[in-house]
Design a protein. Structure first.
Length: 75
């Protein structure tokens, strides 16, 4: 989608060349010890996945406790 095609956001106020160089915010990636996340500077501009997104991890954990219908029969 070109920047002028958005009907939700206001028009971009910087020049087009600068706007096209901006990357999306990276998804969180844990450090090797798993206690913290890598820094923004380390991940900016790199391709990441939502694999370690905290809210997604909670959802997966919740679904593991449920059956295929998305809820427990005893609920």
């Amino acid at each position: 989608m070109w920047i002028s095609d958005c009907h939700i956001c206001n028009p971009v106020r910087c020049d087009t060349e600068t706007w096209l160089k901006i990357h999306n915010f990276p998804d969180p990636i844990p450090t090797l010890d798993g206690k913290k996340y890598k820094s923004f500077e380390e991940l900016y501009g790199k391709e990441t996945t939502e694999e370690y997104r905290p809210s997604l991890k909670e959802k997966k954990k919740s679904n593991e406790n449920n059956n295929e219908m998305g809820f427990r029969p005893s609920a």
